[in-house]
Design a protein around this ligand. Structure first.
Ligand code: CMP
Length: 147
Protein backbone atom coordinates (compact mmCIF):
# COMPACT_ATOMS: atom_id res chain seq x y z
CA UNK A 1 0.00 0.00 0.00
CA UNK A 2 1.31 3.45 -0.90
CA UNK A 3 0.30 6.98 0.05
CA UNK A 4 0.89 9.90 -2.30
CA UNK A 5 0.63 13.67 -2.05
CA UNK A 6 -1.78 15.59 -4.26
CA UNK A 7 -2.18 19.38 -4.44
CA UNK A 8 -5.25 20.94 -6.04
CA UNK A 9 -3.82 24.18 -7.39
CA UNK A 10 -5.44 27.65 -7.37
CA UNK A 11 -7.02 27.28 -10.84
CA UNK A 12 -8.92 24.23 -9.54
CA UNK A 13 -10.25 26.25 -6.62
CA UNK A 14 -11.06 29.32 -8.78
CA UNK A 15 -12.80 27.31 -11.50
CA UNK A 16 -14.96 25.29 -9.10
CA UNK A 17 -13.33 22.00 -10.06
CA UNK A 18 -12.50 20.69 -6.57
CA UNK A 19 -15.33 18.15 -6.60
CA UNK A 20 -14.61 17.09 -10.17
CA UNK A 21 -10.97 16.25 -9.40
CA UNK A 22 -11.65 14.62 -6.03
CA UNK A 23 -14.40 12.50 -7.63
CA UNK A 24 -11.86 11.02 -10.00
CA UNK A 25 -9.54 10.12 -7.13
CA UNK A 26 -12.39 8.51 -5.20
CA UNK A 27 -13.77 6.77 -8.29
CA UNK A 28 -10.39 5.09 -8.76
CA UNK A 29 -11.00 3.54 -5.31
CA UNK A 30 -8.12 5.39 -3.68
CA UNK A 31 -8.69 6.25 -0.05
CA UNK A 32 -8.60 9.90 1.06
CA UNK A 33 -6.38 9.54 4.11
CA UNK A 34 -6.07 13.28 4.89
CA UNK A 35 -7.12 16.52 3.29
CA UNK A 36 -6.66 20.19 4.17
CA UNK A 37 -6.85 23.65 2.65
CA UNK A 38 -3.68 25.65 3.09
CA UNK A 39 -2.36 29.05 1.97
CA UNK A 40 1.19 28.37 0.83
CA UNK A 41 3.90 30.72 2.09
CA UNK A 42 7.17 31.43 0.26
CA UNK A 43 9.11 28.95 2.41
CA UNK A 44 6.99 25.92 1.50
CA UNK A 45 6.86 26.89 -2.19
CA UNK A 46 10.63 27.40 -2.33
CA UNK A 47 11.12 23.98 -0.74
CA UNK A 48 8.55 22.21 -2.89
CA UNK A 49 9.83 23.69 -6.15
CA UNK A 50 13.57 23.85 -5.23
CA UNK A 51 14.35 21.60 -8.22
CA UNK A 52 13.05 24.24 -10.66
CA UNK A 53 14.04 27.41 -8.76
CA UNK A 54 16.48 28.39 -11.52
CA UNK A 55 13.86 28.18 -14.31
CA UNK A 56 12.63 31.40 -15.93
CA UNK A 57 9.02 30.49 -15.10
CA UNK A 58 9.71 30.04 -11.36
CA UNK A 59 8.51 33.55 -10.26
CA UNK A 60 5.25 32.93 -12.16
CA UNK A 61 4.77 29.60 -10.32
CA UNK A 62 5.24 31.31 -6.94
CA UNK A 63 2.62 33.94 -7.83
CA UNK A 64 0.18 31.35 -9.23
CA UNK A 65 0.51 28.97 -6.28
CA UNK A 66 -0.33 31.83 -3.86
CA UNK A 67 -3.35 33.19 -5.74
CA UNK A 68 -5.73 31.23 -3.50
CA UNK A 69 -5.27 28.51 -0.87
CA UNK A 70 -4.56 25.06 -2.29
CA UNK A 71 -6.00 21.71 -1.17
CA UNK A 72 -3.48 19.12 -0.03
CA UNK A 73 -4.62 15.51 -0.11
CA UNK A 74 -2.96 12.31 1.04
CA UNK A 75 -4.34 9.49 -1.14
CA UNK A 76 -3.75 5.89 -0.23
CA UNK A 77 -3.99 2.67 -2.25
CA UNK A 78 -2.14 -0.04 -4.09
CA UNK A 79 0.50 1.64 -6.34
CA UNK A 80 -1.04 5.02 -5.43
CA UNK A 81 1.91 7.05 -6.79
CA UNK A 82 1.72 5.56 -10.29
CA UNK A 83 -2.07 5.38 -10.30
CA UNK A 84 -2.47 9.09 -9.50
CA UNK A 85 0.19 10.08 -12.05
CA UNK A 86 -1.77 8.08 -14.63
CA UNK A 87 -5.00 9.81 -13.62
CA UNK A 88 -3.47 13.28 -14.04
CA UNK A 89 -1.12 12.50 -16.97
CA UNK A 90 1.49 14.86 -18.50
CA UNK A 91 2.71 18.10 -16.88
CA UNK A 92 1.86 19.94 -20.09
CA UNK A 93 -1.90 19.62 -20.71
CA UNK A 94 -1.16 19.67 -24.46
CA UNK A 95 0.44 16.25 -24.04
CA UNK A 96 -2.25 14.89 -21.71
CA UNK A 97 -4.69 12.30 -23.03
CA UNK A 98 -8.45 12.89 -22.84
CA UNK A 99 -10.20 11.28 -19.84
CA UNK A 100 -7.30 12.35 -17.62
CA UNK A 101 -7.45 15.30 -15.20
CA UNK A 102 -5.18 17.55 -17.24
CA UNK A 103 -6.39 16.16 -20.57
CA UNK A 104 -9.97 17.08 -19.71
CA UNK A 105 -9.61 20.18 -17.55
CA UNK A 106 -6.40 22.08 -18.35
CA UNK A 107 -5.27 24.10 -21.34
CA UNK A 108 -1.92 25.65 -20.32
CA UNK A 109 1.16 24.40 -18.52
CA UNK A 110 1.10 27.50 -16.27
CA UNK A 111 -2.25 26.45 -14.80
CA UNK A 112 -2.29 22.68 -14.84
CA UNK A 113 -4.82 21.99 -12.06
CA UNK A 114 -2.95 19.50 -9.93
CA UNK A 115 0.36 18.29 -8.57
CA UNK A 116 1.07 14.70 -7.60
CA UNK A 117 4.24 13.06 -6.28
CA UNK A 118 6.30 11.44 -9.04
CA UNK A 119 7.92 8.65 -7.00
CA UNK A 120 7.45 6.78 -3.74
CA UNK A 121 10.54 8.50 -2.35
CA UNK A 122 9.23 11.97 -3.23
CA UNK A 123 5.77 11.08 -1.91
CA UNK A 124 7.28 10.42 1.51
CA UNK A 125 9.16 13.74 1.45
CA UNK A 126 6.18 15.72 0.17
CA UNK A 127 3.71 14.17 2.65
CA UNK A 128 6.03 15.20 5.49
CA UNK A 129 6.25 18.70 3.97
CA UNK A 130 2.48 19.26 3.81
CA UNK A 131 1.15 17.17 6.72
CA UNK A 132 4.04 17.72 9.08
CA UNK A 133 3.37 16.34 12.53
CA UNK A 134 -0.33 15.90 11.80
CA UNK A 135 -0.41 12.18 11.15
CA UNK A 136 -2.35 10.67 8.28
CA UNK A 137 -5.58 8.82 9.17
CA UNK A 138 -5.65 5.04 9.33
CA UNK A 139 -9.12 3.64 8.72
CA UNK A 140 -10.56 0.66 6.93
CA UNK A 141 -13.46 0.67 4.49
CA UNK A 142 -16.02 -2.08 4.38
CA UNK A 143 -15.67 -2.16 0.59
CA UNK A 144 -11.97 -3.13 0.92
CA UNK A 145 -13.00 -6.19 2.89
CA UNK A 146 -15.84 -7.46 0.73
CA UNK A 147 -14.33 -7.12 -2.77
P1 CMP B 1 4.03 20.47 -11.13
O1 CMP B 1 3.71 19.02 -11.36
O2 CMP B 1 3.43 21.09 -9.93
O3 CMP B 1 5.63 20.66 -11.05
C1 CMP B 1 6.31 21.78 -11.58
C2 CMP B 1 5.39 22.83 -12.13
O4 CMP B 1 5.97 23.89 -12.89
C3 CMP B 1 4.49 22.14 -13.10
O5 CMP B 1 3.58 21.31 -12.42
C4 CMP B 1 3.86 23.33 -13.83
O6 CMP B 1 2.71 23.80 -13.19
C5 CMP B 1 4.91 24.43 -13.66
N1 CMP B 1 5.40 24.94 -14.94
C6 CMP B 1 5.10 26.15 -15.43
N2 CMP B 1 5.71 26.35 -16.60
C7 CMP B 1 6.40 25.24 -16.88
C8 CMP B 1 7.24 24.83 -17.97
N3 CMP B 1 7.48 25.62 -19.01
N4 CMP B 1 7.77 23.58 -17.90
C9 CMP B 1 7.52 22.75 -16.84
N5 CMP B 1 6.75 23.11 -15.78
C10 CMP B 1 6.19 24.33 -15.80
Amino acid sequence: MQTTLILLKPDTIERGLIGNVISRIEAKWLQIAWMKMIQLDNDIINEHYAHIADKPFFPAIVKYMQRTPVIAIAAKGKNAVLVVRSLIWATNPLDALPWTVRGDLALNIDANIIHASDSEENAEIELKRFFKGEGIFEYSRLIDEVL
